[in-house]
Ligand binder design. Sequence first.
Ligand SMILES: [Zn+2]
Length: 135
Amino acid sequence: MPSLRSHPVRLSELQGIEFSVVQRRGSVSQHIGPVRTCIGCRTRTLPSELLRVVAVDGTVVPDVRRRLPGRGAWLHFDLECLRNAERRRAFPRALKVQGTLDVSVLRAHLEQHRGNKVAGQARDQHETRKQVDPS
Ligand SMILES: [Zn+2]
């Protein structure tokens, strides 16, 4: 009986399409979650992989606790990403600040962070710039 057969098939197809659309939408937000873009290398990744920075009085400061008010930008714990961001003037653009921004505080923070977590950042094979810790 073709009429009996075609009806349930069409219905299930329709449901299947609706379901797959919903599922696809849901799975995207679930899998990727809230992603941020590193302003240095433009890689999209999880916020936990990145450092939030904000501009305070013309200086880019690391917002380690992610509590500082204002517009934030995201950067890898990587001096190379900092250099890239500087070169393409990504900080003023991302932070919506006119003029130049001082990144010396941020650079020092990244250098310190790299010294603490060398294991996680095995990119630099030659650790030529050893940091001298005054403490
Ligand atoms: Zn990066």
